[in-house]
Write a protein that binds this ligand. Sequence first.
Ligand SMILES: [Zn+2]
Length: 335
Amino acid sequence: MIAKKRTIPLEILIYDAVVRRLPDRHPRKSEFESKLIRRKSGFKGEKELDYYLSQFPDEDFTIIQSLRLPHYDTHFQIDTLLLSPYFTVNMEAKNHAGEIEFNNEFDQMIQRYDGNVKVYSNPVLQAKIQTSHLYNFLSKNQFPPSPLEYFVSISNPQTLILNPSRSQEVAYRVCRTARIPYKISDLKSKYKKVNWSKKDIKRITKLLLKKHEPLIPDTSAMNIPYKDLNPGIQCSKCSSFGMERIYGTWFCQSCSHTSKDAHIPAIKEYFLLYGNTLTNKQLRLFLQINSDDLATHILKSLNLISTGTTRNRLYHPPKDFFNLKKDPIRKENHE
Ligand SMILES: [Zn+2]
């Protein structure tokens, strides 16, 4: 059973909006493009893991995708957590391209790709630290002890994985994503003792989901060149901005494409880029429309949460606004 499903991280949606709204010749366009590609690649690795786990459903397993728990003044994040009566598994997904070398001596992971060398902290150590935070969390909440395991899954089948110091820890903890279900099935033969009843697992899941705090990116720290972003509604067919409203339909002057709801992704982008409040005037400026009535009509049609009086009404996105079917990621071929 999947107790919590992964959604597209807001960070990806924000970078996607910046990239699409920055003019092509903008000096910082490639900087944001590479940030977007990196985040999307990480997300793709997590989705791969979801896919392989979904191929081996087991009624003993409860899966929580993307969990972020408070830890003192900060948080720790778990990509995928599998709970069972016998054991628990924390899985960290990685999707690095090229060659990755695990160097246990100094706890680093070295990536060689496209002639570049990059050093990362060792994901095995990362997963180990998260797992001990989870252990403390569970014992502090008086749940009976149960074995906690952790793995690092490498999603890209073209990645060359190296373990030159022949670390047994790396050999055991790091594997291809496709191998993960078999690792878990090995654990099932290894750990037979029931440590958690079904009721325990329900209680643990409930508590974890209650304590989960999704990451809300701080756009002020992202150094977004706001004044250079294109306003207006983007055509989903030819990508040019400035669709116009003609008789209740958005019309693209460049390619003549029409759309009834092209304003929805634009308004989502507004909230992603500028924060959680929107006024009638801000909407007109952002969508490049003149009519006050049209703006009001659009705002009302979206079932946004509104606060304040008629004159100074503020609109806010509802909780599930960013998971509507029409999500703004249209170009899936960035990788
Ligand atoms: Zn067009």
